[in-house]
Design a protein around this ligand. Structure first.
Ligand SMILES: Cc1cc2nc3c(=O)[nH]c(=O)nc-3n(C[C@H](O)[C@H](O)[C@H](O)COP(=O)(O)O)c2cc1C
Length: 170
């Protein structure tokens, strides 16, 4: 599968097979995150990979009871250890972590796995479930596993709604 195929095939999977992740698949997905770019090459992401059933259940509850999370082979708790703010005014943490997560999603897609970004969660609850210190920011969760559903058609705006050339013309 080439990159454009992986981009087209990736979707938010909300139903997973009851199958543990193969170690080589998990390693490849994590490696894809490790290869991501980051501001100043800070590599400020940290990932806690949760595969334990009971812990996944607790994380699903902390994610506003999105129970499909329990089905995923792993829930990745993605954090940043940086509070660096770039000259442009944006904090690097969420950006760096987001890029790494999407690398994971695309690599997972190529391997026949599926993912779902999870932003609807209570960070303090997640923090206490997996023992994340107070000074570390939890950015997102990512469900990762073998899909038991099928991709739906992506609903996306037309290019001319989201892109203008040379000047802001929206
Ligand atoms: C930052 C972010 C947070 C998200 N949070 C959730 C979530 O908490 N629960 C969920 O089911 N989907 C979540 N999603 C998935 C989006 O709903 C999904 O990407 C969007 O509807 C487009 O569908 P697609 O991913 O299948 O193309 C999130 C996606 C992103 C990028």
């Amino acid at each position: 599968m080439d990159v454009s195929e992986a981009i087209r095939n990736r979707y938010s999977c909300r139903h997973y097979r009851d199958k543990p992740l193969e170690q080589n698949h998990l390693t490849a997905v994590l490696e894809a995150a490790r290869q991501a770019p980051s501001a100043k090459n800070l590599q400020d992401w940290r990932f806690v990979v949760v595969t334990d059933k009971q812990t996944k259940k607790r994380l699903a509850a902390a994610a506003n009871n999105q129970t499909f999370l329990e089905e995923a082979g792993a829930i990745v708790v993605a954090c940043t250890v940086s509070d660096h703010v770039m000259r442009c005014g944006q904090g690097v943490g969420p950006i760096d972590v987001a890029i790494a997560l999407e690398h994971m999603c695309l690599q997972a897609t190529e391997l026949g796995l599926a993912t779902c970004w999870i932003g609807s969660f209570y960070a303090d609850k997640v923090r206490s479930i997996v023992g994340i210190p107070d000074n570390i920011v939890v950015i997102e969760l990512l469900a990762l596993g073998y899909p038991a559903d099928a991709p739906k058609e992506h609903r996306r705006e037309a290019l001319d709604r989201i892109v203008s050339f040379e000047k802001w013309q929206f």
